[in-house]
Design a protein around this ligand. Structure first.
Ligand code: SF4
Ligand code: SF4
Length: 501
């Protein structure tokens, strides 16, 4: 089994290396036809003039092509700005589409599938083999060098992984043109699933799903002694593959709006944006169904299901962010801050994000029904939604939420930033039958439960006193119960009791 683990690791690094290498492949050529097809008519002449030096030239590097194109547009914008000709500034960002269309060579001549399998395919196979190698070990958590290993104790490997993830998110969100080769790599998958070309978001969705499935195998192997963990892991794998990945893309293929039917407002913060509502209304009966489904789920489904099942029905069984945290993030769950001060910060920050989301949505409604964008003379609906999208949707949920797994644990976003978790947490605090019961007499104070609680809850504190764990932040992952050597902790439902935050 050690050999299988090493083989898995070797294949993973081989595939990962090929994946990184593909960024240096391909050729790019800017043509007249391309500018005509991608650029708005009013900008075509000026872009032709400014990029004339690129015309016909064959670039062998994505970096050189992107840099030349960006610099040409930037130089033009600086010129017109210096002459204060504000109406001539080009605000549209054409770089990604132009670079994608300009690609030639290996990715566009049918070999993208081959590179896809050589890179993502081989890395995934390696990940699965690595996970399966765990079958030879005892199930559960072993504590073996967890707090001394550089990968799991904020050491150089962990910092390296975090830096890679943070860098990936920044480039994906703000400079996707540099990832065009990776987008082209999943283009055949996109054409198979959606019937259209891949975008940066299709790339992201594909990688996200593959990571959850591969690391899900590891979870299934590691926690094979726990039926709860088996069901929960299969559930997040199923919901990611079907609801988050396949169904929205197939909907698009059928000319319906793209919608993840399990993504709930306020996590799905643009659900009520005017263009989203218009798009759904225009899509006819099914579009209206999506609209009603989303509203009913947020206003009725969340409180009712949380009353009966607690926060876990969503955060640990259905949600994509939770799915990634429970699979890719599992090796880092012990890094969650358990201090009281972290609990205090968590409550202030997560509820502030919820208030931010509610205010933003009220402003969206205000603009939708009145046609005015400004309220009270200073609250600009478009600026507020722009700020929310940038700071919460991109930076907090993506860059920090995932990039900080190896530094702050696997639930940074769920714990400190997710407005839906805050909303469900309020319901769980005041009206839910869910609790973790403790058989205090059996507790040997080993601390496993507290160490592995991804939400930073000091479970042992409750166990030692024989008190039920009734915290709003508990996502009901059940790991505390799975790692307890004495069977002290049980996830149960019962009559509603008063609870701490
Ligand atoms: S208390 Fe237990 S079930 Fe709740 S989040 Fe922590 S580890 Fe998961
Ligand atoms: S409840 Fe279980 S895991 Fe937690 S300290 Fe007690 S014996 Fe250890």
């Amino acid at each position: 089994m050690l050999a299988l683990r090493q083989l898995g690791l070797a294949l993973f690094f081989l595939g990962f290396g090929v994946w990184i290498f593909t960024l240096s492949l391909g050729q790019f050529r800017l043509t007249d036809d391309l500018i005509t097809s991608v650029v708005k008519p009013e900008h075509q002449a000026i872009i032709r003039e400014r990029t004339a030096f690129m015309s016909g030239r064959l670039y062998t590097s994505n970096l050189a092509f992107v840099n030349d194109f960006r610099s040409a547009i930037q130089a033009y914008n600086e010129d017109v700005r210096s002459r204060q000709q504000w109406d001539k500034v080009i605000y549209d960002n054409y770089t990604f589409n132009v670079t994608q269309q300009a690609a030639q060579g290996m990715f566009t001549t049918g070999s993208a599938w081959l590179w896809f399998w050589l890179s993502i395919g081989v890395a995934s196979l390696g990940g699965v083999l690595y996970g399966l190698a765990g079958l030879k070990q005892l199930p559960g958590i072993k504590n073996d060098y967890l707090y001394r290993h550089p990968a799991t104790d904020r050491g150089w490997i962990g910092i390296g992984v975090g830096a890679f993830l943070i860098g990936f998110y920044i480039v994906l969100y703000f400079y996707p043109e540099y990832l065009v080769n990776w987008v082209l790599l999943v283009d055949p998958v996109s054409r198979f699933v959606t019937g259209g070309p891949a975008s940066q978001w299709f790339l992201y969705g594909t990688l996200y799903t593959i990571v959850i499935l591969v690391m899900g195998v590891r979870m299934l192997v590691n926690y094979r002694h726990s039926r709860y963990q088996q069901l929960r892991t299969v559930s997040v794998m199923f919901f990611q593959l079907s609801f988050a990945f396949l169904i929205p893309n197939v909907l698009q293929l059928l000319n319906y709006p793209y919608q993840d039917l399990k993504n709930i407002w306020p996590l799905d913060y643009n659900f009520f944006f005017d263009y989203e509502i218009r798009e759904k209304i225009q899509a006819g009966t099914f579009g209206i169904f999506m609209l009603v489904w989303g509203i009913v789920l947020a206003l009725v489904g969340v409180p009712v299901l949380t009353y009966f099942l607690g926060k876990r029905w969503y955060c640990s069984w259905v949600c994509g962010c939770g799915g990634l945290a429970e699979t890719l993030g599992d090796p880092y769950r012990h890094l969650s801050d358990k201090r009281l001060v972290a609990w205090k910060v968590e409550r202030v920050v997560v509820h502030s994000v919820l208030v931010f989301a509610v205010v933003m949505t009220l402003l969206v409604f205000y603009t939708y029904f009145t046609g005015q964008s400004t309220l009270l003379g200073f609250l600009d609906s478009y600026s507020v939604r722009g700020a929310y999208g940038f700071y919460i949707g991109s930076i907090f949920a993506g860059v920090v939420g995932t990039g900080f797994y190896p530094l702050m644990g696997n639930r940074v976003w769920c714990r400190f930033g997710c407005p839906l978790a805050a909303y469900i947490g309020i319901v769980q605090r005041f009206k839910s039958r869910f609790r973790i019961t403790t058989n205090g007499g059996q507790c040997i104070s080993c601390g496993n439960c507290s160490a592995y609680c991804e939400m930073g809850i000091d479970v042992r504190w409750y166990a030692q006193r024989g008190q039920d764990v009734v915290r709003a932040s508990c996502v009901g992952c059940g790991i505390c119960s799975a790692v307890c050597p004495r069977g002290v902790l049980n996830l149960e439902t019962g009559p509603v009791v008063s609870r701490n935050i």
